[in-house]
Design a protein around this ligand. Structure first.
Ligand code: ADP
Ligand code: ZN
Length: 607
């Protein structure tokens, strides 16, 4: 009978001895108690909030095997490796197992020899497997990535709908559904589709305080801005760079490699083995940068991703939040860095217009884009804007670019009128480049040929430079006063909304930022900078040891110890197993397995 850890231990004792953590985070304790008592739950927590523990720990406290449904095989393997490091008996049942191995796992489940099993939904819901389950003791069902049940979301998995029948077939087994991405409607859909009406909902705040948000305008070379950012703030750190298209991914990755960075591409067009190898290197080595389309990320739970960079705008704030959320799961400082320009806005508008979606859907997507642009152009605390979008709130955070370097704004009414008139006078079909030439009174061939030097708006904008005008046009587009020609020639046209501004009835404030600043402000501190507080040489030595141990076992280094645990060791230099056992992330099993090796390295740095 499997009551491996729990016979007499309280959840808190298990948290300390098995997981090596001092205390529960946020609602974890409540959720764990609720599940142990047999209740159902829906848990909404941001990425890195500590969802896994919410089902792993109760599983250890209840008799029988915990069955975890997860859509991602890659993620399963990681979780299983991590649990085994803690001395927990875990297994994954998926298509990568041979028939023999499968039968073996099922036998162990019946015998009560497995604590936690991860299963893909399509396998779980086969009759054969459900029949097997009826012959086992089941501690609980955990449904990870529960938003996959939503037909309206982008991660919809039809197999998830069938999970509803678990409740009928195993009415006495508690169920917990977990997700990081669910707005109100999605949450209601999860409850309904999974029959969680009787369960409790635990909704944690959306804030990720350790992530520093930074957004800047694209200068003449976005990739140089990126390179500067990485070299300055994140040398040697692992990070993810998002691009919109496969071609851009390949191009950016190749260029970064030429610059001497360890960057690898990842997108659906790559050969499967190449893709898997690149992901593997990202997970198992230190300091690898992945350049990817959005195909990359779901199911990546590498905790020490130190930055997420966007070189193209994401589709919405939801997407932005989800993608940037992959940074800093370990709670250490991390950067969400983005540069964008007017072309990005045009491209996204065009994608919405050109899609097969109906009118209502298109309107919705345009609105989402507006919200994203509002976030980009804001002069307020970015975290506030982001959280308000998710119906959450916070004080000005002190950890975003606008808080750290307040943005100067100015009364842009006259500038806006000049720009808008110029668009009107030239016939609403030219791009920003030509319009700026007209405003600044240039005498290009094109201007003379078109007779634009005869217009009343020619030369009325000499008070600003080119870059400043670029920024103004971009802000007018972002504010919905100008529309980028959807047909794709980049021409700007007036919108209904600009009337009031043109008539001088509506003042408009513009930010002055993009003008002088090329970068996006100061970065969060990379791991090297953090290590400087401790002892950098010792930290590197501990990392090397960790990498060796990981390689021996073919697991990612972070399942052995997190960077945060190594930083603590480098700073406080424990001298005995007893002392080491007090460190966060050092449980019984890891202490036994690795304690001596790490103490050995630390002792070399004595005095
Ligand atoms: P999520 O699935 O919500 O994104 P995880 O379950 O992967 O997050 O947890 C994020 C990180 O936080 C993990 O590395 C985990 O070990 C750590 N963690 C979870 N709970 C605690 C806790 N109570 N104390 C310290 N660290 C924790
Ligand atoms: Zn802020």
């Amino acid at each position: 009978m499997s009551l491996p850890f729990a016979a007499q231990s309280s959840p808190l004792e298990i948290l300390r001895t098995v997981f090596g953590y001092d205390r529960f985070r946020g609602a974890q304790a409540e959720i764990v108690d609720h599940l142990i008592a047999g209740g159902d739950a829906l848990v909404l927590m941001p990425t890195g909030g500590g969802k896994s523990l919410c089902y792993q720990l109760p599983t250890l406290c209840r008799p029988g095997v915990g069955v975890v449904v997860s859509p991602l095989i890659a993620l399963m393997q990681d979780q299983v490796s991590a649990l085994r490091q803690l001395g927990i008996k875990a297994a994954a049942l998926n298509s990568t197992l041979s028939y023999g191995e499968q039968v073996d796992v099922e036998r162990q489940m019946r015998g009560g020899d497995i604590d936690i099993v991860y299963v893909a939904p399509e396998r779980l819901m086969t009759d054969a497997f459900l029949t097997q389950l009826e012959r086992c003791d089941i501690a609980l069902f955990a449904i990870d990535e529960a938003h996959c049940v939503s037909q309206w979301g982008h991660d919809f998995r039809p197999e998830y709908l069938q999970l509803a029948t678990l409740h009928q077939r195993f009415p006495n087994v508690p169920r917990i559904a977990l997700t990081a991405t669910a707005d109100g409607p999605t949450r209601r859909e999860i409850v309904e589709k999974l029959h969680l009406e009787q369960g409790r909902q635990f909704v944690a705040g959306f804030d990720r305080p350790n992530i520093r948000y930074r957004v800047a305008a694209k200068g003449s070379s976005a990739r140089s801005q990126l390179l500067h950012f990485i070299k300055n703030d994140h040398a040697g750190d692992a990070g993810i760079i998002y691009r919109l298209s496969r071609a851009k991914v390949d191009e950016t990755a190749a260029w970064l490699r030429e610059q001497g960075l360890d960057a690898l591409p990842y997108h659906a067009g790559l050969d499967k083995t190449v893709r898997a190898a690149n992901q593997d290197r990202f997970l198992k080595e230190e300091g690898v940068i992945i350049v990817a389309t959005i195909a990359f990320g779901m199911g990546i739970d590498k905790p020490n991703v130190r930055f997420v960079a966007h070189l193209d705008l994401p589709k919405s704030l939801e997407a932005y939040y989800q993608e940037t959320g992959r940074a800093g799961r370990d709670g250490l400082p991390a950067d969400a860095w983005m540069v964008y320009g007017m072309q990005d806005v045009a491209r996204l508008r065009q994608m919405v217009e050109g899609s097969e979606a109906g009118e209502a859907q298109k309107r919705l997507e345009h609105r989402k884009l507006d919200a994203l642009l509002g976030f980009c152009e804001t002069t307020r605390c970015r975290r506030q804007v982001l959280l308000e979008y998710f119906s959450d709130a916070c004080e000005p955070c002190g950890n975003c670019d606008t808080c750290l370097e307040p943005v100067e704004s100015f009364d842009g009414s006259v500038a806006a009128q000049k720009a808008l008139s110029c668009v009107y006078r030239t016939g609403q079909r030219f791009g920003a480049g030509h319009l700026i030439d007209v405003l600044m009174g240039a005498e290009t061939e094109r201007i003379t040929a078109l007779g634009h030097d005869k217009l009343s708006t020619w030369g009325i904008g000499r008070e600003f430079g080119k870059e400043e005008w670029r920024s103004i046009f971009r802000q007018l587009v972002a504010a919905g006063l100008l529309r980028v020609d959807i047909a794709g020639h980049g021409g700007l046209a007036l919108t209904e909304a600009c009337r009031a501004v043109l008539r001088g009835e509506q003042p408009i404030r513009l930010r002055r930022d993009a003008v002088k600043k090329k970068s996006a402000g100061r970065g969060a501190r990379g791991v090297r900078a953090l290590a400087a507080d401790a002892d950098e040489a010792l930290f590197q030595a501990l990392r090397t040891l960790r990498l060796e141990l990981a390689r021996e076992q073919g697991v990612p280094p972070y399942v052995i110890f997190h960077d945060s645990t190594l930083l603590d060791m480098a700073r406080d230099r424990p001298g005995s197993l007893e002392e080491l056992s007090q460190f966060s992330g050092v449980g019984r099993a890891k202490l036994e397995k690795y304690g001596e090796s790490f103490l050995e390295v630390i002792s070399l740095f004595e005095g």
